[in-house]
Design a protein around this ligand. Structure first.
Ligand code: HEM
Ligand code: HEM
Length: 543
């Protein structure tokens, strides 16, 4: 009897529900969907930057698959007989010839190649800006440190995926880039020659590297990245997204809109916007015209050789370094290349480990789900701007020849500029940023205590002119004062109660010093207290 009822009710259910029931019986999707589909996400324009990275990555994969259908990852020598006339009869690798074919003979090939390349540039730019957003808002603090590291790995892997990708066509520009990388590998003491021989299957360039870079480019690195990305997004879900301070927003809730339907609709639209933008740029702006550069030959170098932007800072490190070499026990150590190689790693590692440094410095074990305004963490913000400045100066160094030819400057002058500003630039950026942040903090304090300047000037009966200040709303007051301010760490007396000298570890002394630099007097403006506010607004201080 009961079976009949169930059958009847099943027959009545709409088709969609029956399909969903069927799937739920096998995958348990109801529970999963119920828990996540109405998940609330906070809104802010800067939370869109991770999405830009996500959508450009999807576009890269889609276009990359199309390219694999026509690209031949082989260094076999062939004679060109395709439709690009100026190259007729020229010897080249199959990789180069097939990229020419994609560009001139495959339907839509050139557009897809250009979309793949432009999307790669945007992907790394999106990641970079997203990373800086996370940094400046302190969204890397507990519990998001691991997700910061996942993200950072994505950034580094993205750089190398891009590098292996633009090396595939085996043109003179990319070949020069591969030669540059081989030089950097060779500069490593002891292991350099072995790694180079292993990577290239013998002497450079050999006949293997395109095929090897190909598996690395289309399988190994994107595979790892896809895994990391899924983990990254699961963690964003799991931790919940950070939100900026505001009324009703606490460290324990999220105020925003549900994933379905609001964010799904937004995300869908935004995906097509990103795709449309990249497609439009790719249809208009030429990128990597390998036919104008020619096939790679180990005895030639193209002029104006530039890597893609995300590799430019590594190039800059090499270009501004003096060509130092030392001879040790009959072995040449090429410091002019080895030091930049170490700096390249160091520059990245310092930034990747910053969240752990800050956690050690503050000793703060609490979870942080309210994003900082950059001004409220002046030393962190200044450090971030200094890091970006160093990165940008390296980029200038990486394009020293282009700066010289485009602006009629001496290449030596640019090299010296880069050498000096590699140190001075970040220092200046640090000082200036910190001052700006403190200035903005002062302004916030002023606004809270004295209200917003309205620009309306009033003349008092005795002739004095005053500007009318308008009190802030309670919501604004809350947003401007919700942030925590740390106290600098004290190491306490250096002698104990018996007058015996206390042994204070060097790391503690350093921590106290750094803590003063971060949170001590003159390094942050004390936010107004409720008493100060009450005292001023209750009478006299209020204009
Ligand atoms: C393939 C590259 C990446 C993709 C597709 C990606 C995607 C996303 C998305 C969609 C979000 C949520 C929205 C947002 O806050 O923008 C997010 C959050 C986050 N991402 Fe990424 N990301 C990538 C790389 C990175 C990098 C390079 C870092 C840092 C080094 C990073 C660190 C974080 C952190 C810490 C969050 C949580 C932020 C918060 O809750 O405020 N991500 N990511
Ligand atoms: C983060 C991921 C990726 C990045 C940053 C990236 C970047 C690049 C770049 C810059 C090029 C040079 C394009 C040119 O010729 O101007 C390239 C080539 C290529 N990529 Fe990718 N790519 C990625 C993932 C993939 C994936 C997943 C596939 C395949 C499934 C793929 C397949 C190819 C192929 C076949 C080429 C050679 C054809 C050509 O140069 O036009 N890529 N890639």
């Amino acid at each position: 009897m009961s079976t009949t009822t169930t059958n009847e009710s099943r027959r009545k259910a709409p088709a969609g529900e029956r399909v969903a029931d069927w799937a739920d019986g096998r995958l348990g999707i109801y529970g999963l969907a119920k828990a996540n589909m109405r998940k609330i996400f906070p809104d802010h324009w800067s939370f869109m930057l991770g999405e830009v990275a996500l959508y450009s990555f999807i576009i890269i994969i889609l276009t990359g698959v199309y390219l694999t259908l026509f690209f031949h990852p082989s260094m076999n020598e062939v004679t060109y007989h395709g439709s690009y006339e100026p190259m007729q009869g020229i010897m080249m690798s199959e990789a180069y010839a097939s990229t020419l074919e994609i560009s001139f003979d495959v339907r839509g090939g050139l557009l897809i190649r250009q979309i793949h390349h432009w999307a790669a540039l945007l992907f790394l730019a999106g990641m970079f800006v997203h990373m800086m957003r996370v940094f400046f808002t302190g969204a890397f603090r507990k519990p998001r440190e691991i997700n910061w590291l996942f993200g950072f790995l994505l950034f580094v892997l993205g750089m190398f995926t891009g590098f292996t990708g633009y090396s595939l066509p085996d043109d003179l520009l990319s070949g020069t880039g591969v030669r540059f990388t081989q030089g950097a590998i060779l500069s490593m003491p002891v292991v350099g020659t072995y790694i180079s021989m292993f990577l290239f299957g013998g002497e450079f360039p050999g006949t293997d590297f395109v095929a090897r870079f190909y598996s690395i480019h289309i399988l190994l690195l994107p595979g790892i990245m896809l895994g990391l990305l899924v983990a990254h997004l699961i963690l964003v879900f799991f931790h919940k997204h950070t939100q900026f301070a505001g009324p009703g927003r606490t460290n324990k809730n999220v105020v925003g809109m549900p994933l379905l339907p609001i964010y799904m609709a937004k995300a869908g639209g935004f995906f097509f916007l990103v795709f449309g933008m990249i497609a439009a740029i790719s249809a208009i702006a030429q990128i990597n015209p390998i036919w104008a550069i020619g096939p790679y030959r180990a005895d030639q170098v193209s002029t104006g050789a530039q890597p893609d932007w995300y590799m430019g800072f590594a190039e800059g490190l090499i270009r501004f370094m003096p060509g130092w070499e030392v001879n040790l026990w009959g072995h040449t150590l090429v410091l002019g290349v080895f030091i930049p190689l170490v700096l390249f790693g160091l520059l990245l590692v310092i930034f990747a480990l910053y969240p752990f440094f800050e956690a050690w410095l503050t000793g703060d074990k609490r979870e942080h789900h309210i994003a900082d305004r950059p001004r409220n963490a002046p030393t962190r913000t200044a450090f971030g701007v200094a890091w970006v400045t160093m990165y940008l100066i390296m980029l200038v160094g990486g394009g020293n020849d282009l700066w010289a030819t485009h602006f009629h400057l001496s290449i030596n002058a640019i090299t010296w500029f880069v050498r000096i500003f590699f140190i001075v630039g970040p220092l200046l950026a640090f000082i200036i940023t910190k001052r700006i942040c403190m200035g903005l903090q002062r302004r916030d304090r002023d606004k809270v205590l004295h209200g917003r300047e309205t620009g309306i000037i009033k003349r008092l009966p005795h002739g004095e002119f005053v500007e009318i200040h308008e009190p802030l709303s309670q919501a604004k007051l809350h947003s401007l004062t919700a942030h925590d301010q740390y106290e600098p760490i004290e190491i306490g007396p250096t002698v104990d109660e018996n007058g015996v000298e206390r042994k204070i570890p060097l790391s503690q002394k350093l921590r106290a010093k750094l803590s003063k630099g971060y949170f001590g007097e003159g390094n942050q403006i004390p936010k107004p207290t409720a008493e100060e506010y009450r005292e001023i607004t209750s009478g006299h201080g209020h204009h």
